[in-house]
Design a protein around this ligand. Structure first.
Ligand SMILES: NC(=O)c1ccc[n+]([C@@H]2O[C@H](COP(=O)([O-])OP(=O)(O)OC[C@H]3O[C@@H](n4cnc5c(N)ncnc54)[C@H](OP(=O)(O)O)[C@@H]3O)[C@@H](O)[C@H]2O)c1
Length: 258
């Protein structure tokens, strides 16, 4: 990947930092984005030891001015061949108790930034007929009733959005992948939260990212690192596809006719 430059959001910690490590080992140059400049610089110094070029940009992607800076870079820098939309937050309480301002911040980062950064880079990738776009969603996208209200909905957005981009950009030679991690051992969880979870349900972050990259290398559009049987997901998608011919018809279903 010596001619590649990958921009990774949320690269200062957790999943994003491991992606940075793995892409550096593949020989890709990196642009690391997150709020904590010191953490980004420390990671960059370590990764430069592998011989790749690593640039750090401190930015809060929930702020319009910072987001606009990263958008401009993605739009204008022809060297950038990959974008990993990884930055995201969870941390909401019960819906009735969560500060509305926190929910705005979550939606802005988890949805708005992913959409705007993808939009910034997609025209260049489409025109070139090349490029890699990886969007980190979550298994909660598939179980909106199993967690909190807004985080899973934000991840369902990212999944639906990525599936649509696969149709529009995939045909033009752009690799588009949605990654759905289950519970992954990172700082998104408090130590107390992790301690209450069955160990068998918690994946180490290196294992998660290596599996996601194996999925990317296999050309998967949607990768669920923990799911043992790929066929189970294919059956789910086939059941969803079977609804399609009947989802928009002139007549209302017989049960709704009054
Ligand atoms: N861990 C899991 O169990 C799990 C499961 C499914 C999906 N995911 C998804 O995986 C992604 C990465 O999460 P993680 O587990 O690696 O969490 P993490 O360890 O908390 O890392 C989150 C990263 O996002 C950055 N970030 C947070 N707010 C930001 C902002 N406003 N602007 C720019 N960067 C920001 C953080 O850096 P700064 O604080 O320096 O800005 C950090 O680098 C998220 O999208 C998350 O929803 C995680």
């Amino acid at each position: 990947m010596t001619n590649e430059t990958i921009l990774i959001t949320g690269a200062s910690d957790g999943i994003g930092a491991v992606y940075a490590d793995r892409f550096a080992r593949r020989g890709a140059n990196l642009i690391l984005v997150a709020r904590r400049a010191a953490k980004l610089e420390a990671l960059a110094a370590q990764l430069r030891g592998t011989g790749v070029v690593v640039e750090v940009i401190a930015a809060d992607l929930s702020r319009a001015d910072d987001l606009a800076r990263i958008e401009a870079r993605l739009r204008d820098d022809d060297a950038i061949t990959g974008l990993i939309n990884n930055a995201g937050i969870a941390g909401e309480q019960a819906f009735t108790e969560t500060d509305p301002a926190y929910l705005t911040g979550l939606i802005t980062l988890n949805i708005m930034a992913v959409t705007r950064l993808s939009r910034a880079v997609a025209p260049r990738f489409a025109e070139k007929g090349a490029g890699t776009l990886i969007n980190i969603t979550s298994v909660t996208a598939l179980m909106p009733d199993g967690f909190t209200a807004v985080y899973p909905a934000s991840k369902a957005y990212v999944l639906a959005f990525t599936e649509a981009l696969q149709v529009e950009l995939g045909g033009k030679g752009v690799k588009v992948q949605a990654v759905l991690p289950g519970i992954t051992r990172t700082a998104i969880w408090t130590a107390e939260q992790i301690a209450t979870m069955p160990d068998a349900m918690v994946m180490d972050v290196g294992v998660m990212v290596d599996a996601a990259l194996a999925g990317l290398d296999m050309g998967e559009a949607i990768t669920i690192p923990a799911l043992p049987e790929r066929g189970d997901f294919d059956a789910y998608m086939a059941a969803r596809a079977a609804l399609r011919p009947n989802l928009s018809l002139k007549a209302a279903a017989a049960r709704y006719r009054v």
